[in-house]
Design a protein around this ligand. Structure first.
Ligand SMILES: N[C@@H](CCC(=O)N[C@@H](CS)C(=O)NCC(=O)O)C(=O)O
Length: 211
């Protein structure tokens, strides 16, 4: 098995944090997505989404998508669980992970890609599209994140982690969502003190410190 990775890429870091939390090591191959290596062969044929991370199994099967890679590794190594230990926990973790990805991670990703000059000419991940950066997408992304944080903050007032008393994939997704929000200079500490505390605590974990 080989993990195709690029150390500065947030989605690749999601998988690396997951591996560290589980105490797993997987051989990695670095693919420089800034220089466009993902568009060259054999990588373009291996992963039609032209992104990192992706996992190549020994028989050549490729699994792209950070959460799908993590889910596969969880099946092979169930302990410690980051997707839930029974039907109820798995549903709760999945619910929060999906809501974070759909309502916060994706909107804020598009906000960043439409705001930060570095992403000019690459507003859609995994494409070389010349589509222009659009300021309304930035504002809408921030608005959507605020709605989500308004729902997560009361939850984190009562719970150390998003889906319950133990860290899960939902916290990893949420951690990287909040990192992206930093690029948009949003005030988090004032309106969402529990989100702020949770994000600070996660940033001190060895899995994140050692990225
Ligand atoms: N939904 C995908 C997103 C993957 C993704 O967007 N990866 C970025 C790095 S953070 C990438 O490889 N981008 C290359 C590009 O935009 O050309 C996942 O979770 O794995």
């Amino acid at each position: 098995m080989k993990l195709y990775d690029f150390p500065p890429a947030a989605n690749a870091q999601r998988v690396r944090v997951f591996l560290a939390e589980k105490g797993l090591e997987v051989p990695t191959v670095e693919l420089n997505v800034r220089d466009g290596e993902q568009y060259k062969e054999p990588f373009a044929s291996m992963n039609p989404f032209n992104c990192v991370p992706f996992l190549e199994l020994d028989d050549g099967t490729v699994i792209a998508e950070s959460v799908s890679v993590c889910r596969y590794l969880e099946e092979l190594h169930p302990e410690p669980s980051l997707f839930g230990r029974n039907a109820e926990e798995r549903a709760i973790v999945d619910m929060w992970n999906r809501r974070i990805e759909i309502d916060g991670f994706m909107p804020i990703l598009h906000a960043v890609r439409n705001h930060v000059p570095f992403f000019k000419g690459r507003v859609i991940p995994g494409t070389r599209s010349e589509l222009p950066q659009l300021p309304p997408i930035v504002e809408r992304g921030k608005d959507m994140l605020k709605v989500l944080l308004g729902r997560i903050d009361p939850k984190l007032a009562k719970s150390e982690f998003i889906a319950g008393p133990a860290i899960s994939i939902a916290d990893i997704t949420g951690y990287f969502m909040m990192n992206m929000a930093k690029a948009l200079e949003m005030d988090i500490e004032g309106p969402y003190p529990n989100v702020y505390r949770w994000h600070q605590a996660l940033s001190e974990r060895p899995s994140i410190q050692n990225l």
